[in-house]
Design a protein around this ligand. Structure first.
Ligand SMILES: Nc1ncnc2c1ncn2[C@@H]1O[C@H](COP(=O)(O)OP(=O)(O)OP(=O)(O)O)[C@@H](O)[C@H]1O
Ligand SMILES: [Mg+2]
Length: 124
């Protein structure tokens, strides 16, 4: 099992979410992030005062996947995040030691499998 941690532009999220869901990966976490890449900050003037902005808003997307789904998921994120301009983002991959579904106590890759057809109500 692997965790994909991707820093993406806000505009890319909906398409990525839809495409991942379409290939059986509907589960993800999204966090508002602020970050800097390798570019230097840019200077902005606010009420006459100049300040340098180092942090830009991004989304952090986290998706836990079975090893067999990893490359397909990366391909989706790469394709739909890429504009070719600086700031397109970055993807990090981590090993997951264990995954546990709280409701059932299930463990392992079964926890990461899509369960769209299990007849359960939506949770929220
Ligand atoms: N080494 C890093 N560690 C943690 N987060 C990072 C790292 N690099 C980038 N990020 C996150 O990804 C966001 C986007 O990075 P960005 O795409 O600007 O990377 P970059 O290396 O500067 O590439 P580019 O030259 O294409 O802009 C950053 O704002 C930050 O949130
Ligand atoms: Mg950058």
């Amino acid at each position: 099992m692997k965790k994909i941690e991707a820093y993406i532009r806000h505009e890319a999220l909906e398409a990525i979410h839809d495409r991942l869901a379409a290939i059986g990966l509907p589960s993800m976490s999204v966090t508002e992030a602020k970050g800097s890449g390798r570019q230097k900050g840019y200077t902005e003037t606010y009420r006459g005062a100049q300040s340098t902005i180092f942090l830009r808003p991004k989304l952090k997307l986290e998706v836990a996947v079975d090893d067999a789904d990893l490359e397909r998921a990366i391909d989706v994120i790469l394709e739909l995040s890429h504009t070719g301009a600086p700031g397109d983002g970055k993807i990090f991959i981590y090993d997951i030691v264990e995954a546990i579904r709280v409701r059932t106590g299930e463990r392992g890759a079964v926890v990461l499998a899509s369960h769209e057809d299990d007849g359960l109500p939506d949770d929220f």
